[in-house]
Design a protein around this ligand. Sequence first.
Ligand code: ASP
Ligand code: MG
Length: 430
Amino acid sequence: MNNIVIEKFGGASINSAAAVKNVITILRQQNDRKRVIVVSAMGKTTNALEKVVNMWHTNKRFNIEEFERIKEYHKGIAEELFDTNTLVSVLQQLEDIFEQIKERIKTLNPLDYNFLYDNIVSYGERLSSTIISLYMNHVGLKHRFADAQNYIKTDNTFRAAQVDWKQTQKSIDKDFDYLFDGNDLILTQGFIGSTREGYTTTLGREGSDYSAAIFAYCLDADSLTIWKDVSGLMNADPKRMDNTVKLNIVPYKEAIELSYYGASIIHPKTIKPLENKSIPLYVRSFNNPELQGSIICHGEQVVPLVPNYIFKEKQTLLSVSTKDFSFIAEDNIANIFSILSKHGVKVNLIQNSALTFSVCFEHSEFVLQNLIDDLQQFYNVKYNNDLHLITIRHYTEDSIKEATKNSKILIEQKNRVTIQCLIKPETESA
Ligand code: ASP
Ligand code: MG
């Protein structure tokens, strides 16, 4: 243990000037340890930058309207944070970054989508960390800035880069002693990294949690805290269900299961590095920092032990049968899976019988028709859209009834701990 803690602040925690000030208040409350602060892009900036990238990709047109919106949003936050004397220089620095975005996109091949994406979308984190670092200076919160691209080293899988752990460890080891010399606070960005050649990469949407876990692992941190807009890990999405319950203690393995089934609590890759080094993960509310939150750590059982609900919408159920009505056996299944894999389909549920093989996956209009065309060369294909997949961990009879009310159950699968129901909602819940 190194007496270092990692704290991650996501987009919602820094989406306005007031939110940034709140982060500073939280950071000022505990200062007896060395800390690495990992920040995401502000608010919905990543989505907005995706729009700029998408238009360049599809029409080779620079989306000036969206670009201006992003610029105004960041300038607006800066205007509220800094006094007039400082503001001029802050705005100039932001202006320079926006000029860079504009210039850079024009040099990028619109067709090389993933490369283009990482180059431009990564600016969300560059902007947020620049503003926050300048604001920390402004309010006298002493820190050093560490550009994550110099530390998170990855392969060339743009948009879903795989971490090169050896290089990452080496880069962090090389600099962090110096960065912590006479200084307790380091500010860095989530989500972004770079290849050996220095090209910008990203770790996939919502990847800042993962970045924070990588820093925690490589620095042998005492803990990682993820600050969120909820009071901890809940047993269901509060937007979908009433009477949700906070989970106080969640074993690493349970957290991995929950994110595997699609709970959008923390980025799925976050847990494993922490588990390997027994680093506890705290999930706490930036709106109520006095509350305890949830802790993810070693353990046998989630506390309290209540049913956990995970909803996935926009599911497609696709059923395949052989044209000659022969049985669906191993050779067919292998062929079906190689076609699914060719189209990048991530299967959420499988059901087979003698004559049909069904798979459920998230609907994507880009994928579905091409997939069907390929499958139809060999099989008869039927499909059904707009389904919901409900997973309940630690289910009870009541919890199943509650989760599937007003809907028709198309598939139900259960084991001792988990039930999954694919349903067609008959009445949309409000
Ligand atoms: N800004 C990135 C995203 O919104 C990464 C993150 O927030 O974790 O996906
Ligand atoms: Mg985000």
